[in-house]
Every structure is written in C-alpha cells, then in structure tokens.
Design a binder for this molecule. Structure first.
Ligand SMILES: Cc1ncc(COP(=O)(O)O)c(C=O)c1O
Length: 389
C-alpha cells in the first residue's frame, strides 16, 4: 500500500502534491490533461480516491467533504418509494439523515438487529433496494456477518452498503466479503489525527462507482485538495496505528471487565462478546473502540465519569492518536429518541472510549484514577444501594 502511493511524475516529489486550484487551462475546448474543473476532478483527490479503492479492494473511490456527505450520496441512488433495511444501532447522524431529510422524499427505513442475519431477511419487502449495516456498530460494537447479509442482498437484488468506519480497511474489507459499497467517515481512523473531516465511498463495481461520481459532481460535496492530502498522509500509517489502537483497547476492555463499578463491557475482542466468533472470522483485529456501562446506570454517573478523566478528553469523534471519550446519550446519539436508543442497547450510563496511542499503562492508569475519584465521591453507588446503606 505504501508503495502504491505514487511519486509525482512531474517533479519526483515523494509526497503527493497538493493541487490547490479551482480550474485547469485547456489547449482548446475539451482538450485538457484529464482535468477541467476541480469539483469534477482534482489530481490530489484522484490520488486519494485510487488509494482507498485499492485499500478496500474496490474499483472506484470517491472522496467527499464528510462521512455524512458520503452516506447522503448513497441514499441519492434510491428513488421515492424505495426502502432501506438498516442496522438498529446506527450512527446517529445517519438516523437523522434518513428520518429528518429523506423520509419526506418517500424513502422508508426499517431498523433491525442485524447481528442475526434472519432479521435482515425478514425485513426485506419488494420495495427494499438497499441494506445498510455498520459493523462494528457505534457505540455498542455489535458485529454483523457481512458474508451472510451479502448473500441475502444478492438473492433479493438489493445493494449492501457497509459503513466500515470503525474497523477500517486495515482490519476488514467488506467488498471482499460480498458487499457492493463501503462508506467511511475518513474523519476517524483513516485520517487518524483528529485534524480533518472527510468521507469516502468505495464501490465494487465500476458502473455503480460512476453513478456515485455523477452524484458527487452534480451535488458538489467534494473533499478539498489539502484535506485529500492530509487523508493520504494519515492512511500511510493506518496499519501501524490500528495495530496499537487494538492492542491497547484489548487491555482496556479486560481491565474494565473486572472492575466492580462496571456493569457491561462492549468489545468484540472479548471472548464473552456475543459476536466474538464472527468478528474473528471476518476481521483481522477488533479495533480501538471500547464501550461500557456503569452499575449506577444513570446519565449523572456517566457525566461524572466523562468529566473526571484527565488523559481521555471529552469530545465527539474517535480514531485519533489522542484518547477521547464521549457519552452517547447526551452527545452522538441525542437525536435518537431515548426509548429507541435504550432498545438498541445504548443505556443511560454508556460511555464510549476511543483508545488512543498513548502508553497502554497510562491509559489504564487514567481510568483507574477516575474510578477512585468517583468512588470517593460516591458517584458510582447505585440509588438502590444508597438507600439500602
Ligand atoms: C460510523 C460513522 N459513520 C459516519 C459518520 C459521519 O462522519 P462525518 O462526521 O465525517 O460526517 C460517523 C461520525 O461520527 C460515524 O461514527
């Protein structure tokens, strides 16, 4: 992969040049060097697009201004009256887009627990055109069997789109497992440094890729040349970063599992995770995100936790070198109604950790000092226990 990032053929520059231009001079109308206007195509973006297409084992890569713009482009492949079957534990922004933007254009979404492929099959109607899964999901790290769902999609003439943001292509290649489309929030592991917003679509089939490229040019949400360059730079170290994120996340999950204040730990690398075997089968590792709930399952206890850590910083997003944590009920998932959110397993005290690249021991020490501080303030005591005492 590193050597597939090209050396600049004009100058020999080892780093991909940033073509910061809006337009390209033409010799005669329509006679140009492959580029005419930078919304339609830009050499820096084109290099990024070919790198991610290779990384995901696809034919076409298309780079968008954000992950949501990438998701939006896929929904625009549909027509009014079409239906989507989507994973219930979906990224909150995708839920908002489906519900508050596309519902009024006549696109209906059925949400199912996709960890059981039979639920996906049972939700399909003659109008279903698209199956949408995230695996692992955000934030409960549920795993769906991509190969099994791809077979269902094929048998029912639906497209299967996998949001591969959490795993990254370093761990999992959905197109190889039978999916038609992969989307990414490039903002996360691909960028890797919490310094850009970007989205990617990769299609297995060139014809489908051309349709998405058409939509990108027609609607305009392109990734700029500087951010394309930053994303290439991030991708250069993806495999190393993912290895370290995964090693520390596994240690964090094991630490949390034995902590008396913790109720549930969500991490596919734990043998107790209900989908551990599928995760092991379809990906090379388990990623850098760990979620957990507290025995005191209240928003207040989670708020106390996320405001007491020192190394973990309270922020939305994930996948960067610095450890972050968030409280989905009040942050990423606040647009999902509370009953729907809880039904999908995102309980009130659930905290999501994005385990960064600090020393593993420092990461665990921060969690330990947080639990100790909260214990002394009695923040971790459940209301029932408090009454009993
Ligand atoms: C799984 C997943 N998909 C898509 C997105 C949207 O990406 P962006 O924030 O780059 O628009 C996010 C953002 O958090 C995400 O977590």
């Amino acid at each position: 992969m590193i050597h597939s990032i090209p050396v600049d053929p004009l100058t020999g520059a080892i780093s991909v040049p940033i073509y910061q231009t809006s337009t390209f001079v033409q010799e005669a109308p329509g006679v140009n060097k492959g580029y005419d206007y930078a919304r339609t195509g830009n050499p820096t973006r084109a290099t990024l697009e070919s790198i991610v297409a290779k990384l995901e084992n696809g034919s076409t890569g298309i780079a968008f201004a954000s992950g949501l713009a990438a998701i939006d482009a896929i929904v625009k492949l549909l027509e009014s009256g079409d239906e989507i079957v989507a994973v219930d534990d979906i990224y909150g922004g995708a839920f908002r887009l489906f519900t508050q933007v596309y519902q009024k254009f006549g696109i209906k979404v059925h949400y199912v627990d996709a960890t059981d492929a039979a639920n996906v099959f049972n939700a399909i109607t003659p109008k279903t055109k698209l199956i949408w899964i995230e695996t692992p999901t955000n934030p409960t790290l549920k795993i769906s069997d991509i190969q099994a769902i791809a077979k269902i999609a094929k048998a029912n003439r639906c497209l299967l789109c996998v949001d591969n943001t959490f795993a990254s292509p370093a761990l999992q290649q959905p197109l190889t497992l039978g999916a038609d489309i992969v989307v990414h929030s490039g903002t996360k592991y691909l960028g890797g440094h919490s310094d850009l917003i970007a989205g990617l679509v990769i299609t297995k089939d060139a014809e489908l890729g051309a349709k998405v490229k058409f939509l990108q040019n027609a609607c305009g949400a392109i990734l700029g040349p500087f951010d394309s360059w930053l994303l290439i730079r991030g991708i250069e170290t993806l495999h190393l970063r993912i290895r370290q994120h995964g090693a520390s996340a596994q240690a964090v999950a094991e630490y949390l599992r034995q902590h008396p204040a913790v109720d549930k730990v969500f991490y596919p690398g734990l043998p107790t995770h209900p989908n551990h075997d599928i995760a092991k089968k379809q990906s090379k590792g388990f990623g850098g995100i760990v979620s957990f709930t507290l025995k005191n399952d209240t928003e207040q206890a989670a708020t106390d936790f996320v405001t007491t850590t020192e190394l973990f910083q309270l922020a939305e997003s994930l996948g960067g070198i610095k450890s972050l944590l968030c409280h989905p009920a009040q942050m990423t998932h606040k647009t999902i109604p509370a009953d729907k959110r809880r039904a999908a397993g995102v309980s009130d005290s659930l905290v999501r950790l994005s385990v960064g690249l600090e020393e593993t021991a420092d990461i665990i020490a921060d969690l330990e000092q947080t639990f100790k501080k909260l214990d002394s303030k009695k923040s971790l005591v459940t209301p029932q226990l408090a009454i009993a005492k």
